[in-house]
Structures are given as C-alpha cells and as structure tokens.
Design a protein around this ligand. Sequence first.
Ligand SMILES: [Zn+2]
Ligand SMILES: [Zn+2]
Length: 628
Amino acid sequence: MSDREKREVGNSNSTIKRHFSKKEDTNKIKSNLKRFRRKNTNRRHLDEKNETRYVPLANNRNRHVDKRNLRDDAKDEKMYVIPLGGLEEVGKNMTAFQYKDEIIVVDAGLTFPEDEHLGIDVIIPDFAYLESNRNKIKGLLLTHGHEDHIGAVPYFYQKLGTENIPMYGGKLTLALAKAKFEKKDAKLPKEKVITGRNILKISKYFTVEFISVTHSIADCYAICIKTPAATILHSGDFKVDLTPVDGEGFDFGRLAQLGEEGVDLLLSDSTNAQIPGFTPSERTVGESLKDEFSKAKGRIILAAFASHVHRLQQIVNIAYSHGRKIAIDGRSMIKIFEICSNLGYLKLPKDIMIDIERVETHPADKVLILCTGTQGEPLAALSRIANGTHKYITLRQGDTVVISATPIPGNEKAATKNINQLMKREANVVFEKGIGIHVSGHGCQEEQKLMINLVKPKFFLPVHGEYAMIKKHKELAVAVGVEEKNILLGENGAKFELSKREFRQVGKVPSGATFIDGFGIGDIGNAVLKDRQNLADDGIVIISILKYKNGTFNENIELVTRGFVYNKDAESLLSKTKELVKKELSVLQSEKVKEIGKIKQRIRIKVGDFLSKETDRDPIILPIIMDN
Ligand SMILES: [Zn+2]
Ligand SMILES: [Zn+2]
C-alpha cells in the first residue's frame, strides 16, 4: 500500500475512498454499490450517466466523499479565501478568492453608518488588497441585488480605476448595480447576465456556476467556485422558501448534486443562526396583509423595504384586488418601481399607479400609499409622515399605517420613535411581529442545517453575520456532522489557505471600513471622525494670534468658540483664557521659541488644560497664527 493510501485509510472509514484510485477496485465498488442500492431504498440518485457518483447513504457518515483526492497533483494545490467584509457584522459583504495569479471577487456591499459615524453617508470595505492586486482580478460576481451585496460596486470600479473587470449576476441584480453608477466617477464595466445552473469559465483557472436560491428579492444565487485546488460553495443570502412568490426557486437538486460531487468548503449565510426552526414562506405575509387590507376603512400607508421586490409584488396584487390605487414615495422605492417594472420583475396592473400629489383626489378607502422608512430613517417618507412634515400626506383619524418590516439591530430606537409619533397622530398603526406582516429573508437554524446537509462540505466558514451568529452557525454545522476542527470562525481581512486536505488561516490582509462622505472615498479616516465626535461632544475654541515681522505678538488675542460655551455667559472665562495665551506667548518669546508648530502646540496644551479644569469639557483648541 502506498503512503498516500495509508494516509487515506487513516483519514477515512470509507472503503470507497480507500481503494478508489485502482481501476479494478473501482469496478468492484461499482458492482458492490449496485447490490447495495438494490437493497437500500433510501439511496441517493444523482446522475444516470455517471454511476460512480452514487454514494450509499450508510457509508456517507464522513460526509465528504472526496473523489478528487485520486489525483496526486491536485492534492497539494492551494487557493486562498479572503473575506474583506461581512464577518463580525451584517453588511458590506465581499470575499476574494485567489488561485495562483487569479482573483475573483464575490459581492461588493455597503453598510450604513451608526451613530458614532458622524456625517458619514455609507461605509464600504477597504479595497487596499484588491487595489494592490488589481491586475489579477478576473471578475466581480454578484449573488443578488441587496445593498449589503452591491452597494459598493461603483466605488469598487472607481477605486480600482478600471472597467475591464466584468460583472456577473442576475438580470435584476445587474440592473440595480448599474443604476448606482449615476453620478459616480466610474465607467460601466462589461456585464454578463446569468441564470441558474449557468456554468462559466471566468479565467484560466476559475470556473463558476450560479445556483438559484430563495431570499427576499428575485435573481438570488449561490455560487459554486471551482479551481484546480478546490471546490467552494458560497451560499449567498438564502432562506428555503418552498412557495416562493417569484423566480427559479431553491435548487435543491443541483446543490445536492454538487454535494455528491464533493464540495471542499462551504461559506454560508449566518444571519438567523440564533433563531430555531424555519423561516415562514414569503407567501404567508401576503395572507396577513390581506387581513389588514380587509379591516382598513380609510387610507392605508404601508412602509416596506424598497429592495424587497417580492413583498412589493404581493402588496400590489392585494391593493389591486381591493380596488386601491397605489401612490409611492421615497427615493429608493421610486427607483425600484421604475427598474423592476421595466424589467418585468414587478407586474403592475394597468392604471393602478397614481401620483402622490393626487392622493387627496381619490376616496380614502381606494388609496394605498407605499413608502420607505421602516427603520425610522429621519429623512425617509414614513418619518416625514410621522413628524407631520410630509409635503402631501397629513395623517388623520381612520388612516391605517402598516409597517411591514422589523428594525435591523441598531435601528430599534428610531423605529419606535416613529411608531409613537404615528400613534400620536391618531393613526391605527400595525407593526407587531407576531401577526405575520413580515418574515425574514434569511433561513433559520433548520434551513442552515439543510444547506450544510445538501452541500456536505468538508470545511466550513460561516459568513454574513455578527460574531454570535457565526459562532452559533458553527455549532449547527457540528450538529449535522461537519468535523469541528474543519470549521473556522473568521474576521474581515483573514487570509485562509484551502487545499483538499487542509483549511487554515495563514495571515491577514489590510481590511476594515472605508467611509464615504459626499464624493470622497476613504478620505475621511478615524482621525476626522474623532474630530467630529469631539466637536459634537465639546465644541471648538479658535484662538487667533497676530505675529509681527520682528517675531513679537499682538497683545490683542481673538477667541471664537462654537458649541463650547455661550460666550455672553462665559465672558470671564474667555478673558482669563486670553490672559493665559498672552502669558504663554511671552514665556515662549523669552525661551526664544520660533517654530510655529511648537508655539501652537504649547498654546493648545496650556489652554486645553485650563479649560478642562475650569469646565470639565474638552473642546478642540485651534490656535491660528497670522503674519502681519
Ligand atoms: Zn440579501
Ligand atoms: Zn445580505
């Protein structure tokens, strides 16, 4: 027995695996298998043309039937998996896959800022690693059209300065991604529209296949990535919806088939890893919304995620069957309606849409106002309605407000504030989770287990989730038979090496958050944010000092403060500060300190200490020295 065979005997209790490399044994196994199948009704049926792919369930305890172990040369091939976003967070998903001098990137998402990110519009992954390897990148593959997967696409092309990396995705996904290039300083890349089971040779070494899954938007895919080193399945976002509203459905068959062929590594959506059971079908939401429509006597104002196209279709259908016209509001809602109805992803009955300005000209019980703002975003349509600042909609008794979403962690406070405001205005507000007007787009524990069962990976990397979620997902994987040592918990920037034998972290690449404020990509760093935080906390004190050519200073020091104290009430404090500056300047002069930077620093420290002692506040101190 060769060394390799001995190793494999040690590794596996599968007789199939042990002897598969010898042709005569292969034949023996085939006939054994046939006999086994005749006896065993609970068998796996895969590919009529290729009998070697049958694997009896009983012998499949080790889950991973790695027939490609047969090829000696393939065993030591290595590739790298580098998550650049989406780990220890829900948002800005992005993963790079590298084999030799080729890289493909799956998703380029964004995340929205939290309270501490003052003035930041959005946050995208750090592209530094991709920038320094830009010539290796062969394609950007998009799993689906949600912001946390495509929001950073234009920034990706802008930052890499090339439109030569083709973009792959479903028709809707690409349309939504392309719409993001408006006003951005990047040219549209070449695009390849894909559908389920499309197999594409992306480059010399990378072959990928898109496999349809169900989620809360159409054209949602898992992606199978094959290189000479390994086969990887990236689940994308998914739930297992057996009665999907639209689309190709969850492709159990193909996922199971890939599992049988042998998947080395699975990356899978961890969002709902802490929630037991199954996520109900999107269709159940339709039933609950129908009830609300039947009960409502006046206008219905319904807030939903604009990107939840399946939900929108159900709402349109229900409105139609109740004879209600639809007015839409909110920038993203208007954009989604435009793109999706043009592409046929949203089917709108004739004459159902009315302008929001004309809502009042229709009877109250014949109107549906569909808007954004489920998360309490201050500028969104629902928040404006709640605050009484909406241009066309003023709430009144008899209105029903339905919020068809739950707040994403972090948004609870703002969303609750909205609900209180809406209730104050006498509207009937429907928002409770329990009544079925919202279901998640992500699978719960049982669905996550099902994915692992279908794909039967040897190695597992839970992704798309905060630490608690990926950790829980690991436990679920262990429970369904993945060996614990084969599961890694990663962080953004981790560089994982993958071969058929081994999956391990070998290093780190630059990673983190890039802040977008206005047109700038990444020009706002943590230092600027810290300044903004300080400004917000304690304000600013500007000290202007006039310096004469002979090196002396004007006695007249000017102080301007903003957000620090109310100047009128703090006259004595400010004049004491001026005196202090004067004194420090004369000390500096006697010490013959000439360097402007040093002078500024001494004043900053002196004044900072003084104000901190006097007021217990730490404003930003900004000395300005002007030459006369
Ligand atoms: Zn999604
Ligand atoms: Zn997502």
